[in-house]
Write a protein that binds this ligand. Structure first.
Ligand SMILES: Nc1ncnc2c1ncn2[C@@H]1O[C@H](COP(=O)(O)OP(=O)(O)O)[C@@H](O)[C@H]1O
Ligand SMILES: [Mg+2]
Length: 378
């Protein structure tokens, strides 16, 4: 077991796929972008899949919503930032529905089946709900990029799920849905589809048709007929996608903030990764309050030093502010200690709370330097 701190570069050595997981709002999307940018600048051909990036971050990378394929980020983004783009950065914003449609198109045995499914009104509803399983779309996209592109590294940001674990289960859940009892019940002759559609439901569909002029019953039967030919391919794909998560060239980075709930979730997620035999590459504690020596001066001493110049009231306010900050930093330090002992692995990479929003190229480069353990060099 390694001890001490090593930077992100050492931790990712020999890995091609890096999945950035953690609770919502801790900095996954930002860290993914920073990591990809840093690796690309250092000479690798990198693809990053971001999910719901903040508008300014998307603008900084020239990300577009349309396309659902990585586009090459212009190397000139680094111009004037004192660093050269030695590799290539490719970036995209995940479009879950387009990813899901693309998968159906690929798995369909022929063009007619593909069009039947994609043009189906029930599918349109169903796929938006399923693509709401962004988790699955994200890994499906990862799988595609891994197969199609020859990237040295692929960085996958993960969806803002309430629970990071949803991500690990997504392929299984979808494979169960497609290959499982629910759909079979519909598909087997005399199954629910046949029975239900024969009677009461037919009445409902009939009324709907009168009201709307749309015959949804046709849609239902066409969809189920076409889906039947897709199920095997879908299940195979889902298990290939799942296998990619535990591939030796894949690793998970867990990001957390030093707050109570994300910390608890990070520890839980680490545990789940271990149970699932999935690779863990490192823990990033982001937005930690890290104080300078001056900021650690005892509040009473600050008060005394400032009283003459600022007057008693203002000096007391500054001292109280410093005290709050020190309490916060102490709490964060305790959280980091808790993580360190729970993880029992290389020390977490601690990234301080940076000034302002970290959404432009400068911010990403600063963040990357912290990840790489080179925050002192310029
Ligand atoms: N080290 C940091 N210091 C200050 N702000 C940060 C830092 N890391 C991320 N942020 C900001 O926190 C917000 C949430 O980050 P984001 O990457 O979108 O989180 P997530 O993807 O985990 O939901 C963004 O506004 C981002 O700019
Ligand atoms: Mg995000």
């Amino acid at each position: 077991m390694t001890s001490g701190t090593s930077g992100i570069d050492e931790r990712l050595a020999g890995k091609r796929i890096c999945i950035v997981a953690g609770s919502g709002g801790v900095g996954k999307t930002t860290a993914s972008a920073a990591l990809a940018l840093g690796l690309a600048a250092a000479g690798q051909r990198v693809a990053v899949v971001t999910i719901d990036p903040a508008r300014r971050l998307a603008d900084s990378l020239g990300l577009e919503e349309l396309g659902n394929e990585p586009r090459r980020v212009d190397a000139t983004v680094l111009e004037g930032h004192g660093i050269e783009m030695r590799g290539e950065l490719w970036a995209m914003m995940l479009d879950p529905k387009a990813t899901f449609d693309g998968l159906i198109a690929k798995l369909a045995p022929d063009a007619a089946t593909r069009d039947d499914v994609l043009g189906n009104r029930i599918y349109a509803q169903l796929s938006s709900a399923i693509a709401g399983s962004q988790e699955f779309s994200a890994v499906a996209k990862l799988y595609e990029l891994d197969r199609d592109g020859d990237y040295d590294a692929i960085v996958l940001d993960t969806p803002p799920s309430r629970n990071a674990l949803d991500f690990l289960d997504a392929p299984d859940r979808l494979a169960d849905f497609f290959g499982g009892r629910a759909l079979k019940l519909f598909l087997v002759p005399g199954g629910i589809a046949g029975r239900v559609m024969g009677k009461g439901t037919a009445v409902v569909f009939g009324i709907l048709k009168k009201l709307t002029g749309v015959n949804l019953l046709d849609d239902v039967s066409v969809l189920f007929r076409s889906m039947g030919s897709l199920i095997d391919g879908f299940r195979e794909r889902a298990s290939a996608v799942k296998a990619l998560l535990s591939d030796p060239a894949t690793t998970f980075l867990i990001v957390t903030s030093p707050e109570r709930e994300p910390v608890a979730e990070a520890i839980f997620f680490r545990q789940k990764l271990r149970e699932a035999g999935m690779p863990f590459g490192g823990l990033i504690v982001n937005r930690a309050a890290v104080l300078t020596e001056a900021e650690m001066t005892a509040p009473a001493a600050i008060h005394a030093a400032l009283r003459d110049d600022l007057g008693d009231a203002l000096a007391a306010k500054v001292a109280a502010g410093a005290e709050d900050l020190q309490i916060l930093a102490a709490r964060h330090a305790a959280a980091i200690e808790r993580l360190r002992s729970a993880f029992d692995e290389p020390d977490p990479i601690v990234v301080p709370r940076l000034d302002g929003e970290v959404q432009d190229i400068d911010g990403l480069l600063v963040l990357y330097r912290h990840l790489a353990g080179r925050s002192n060099s310029t």
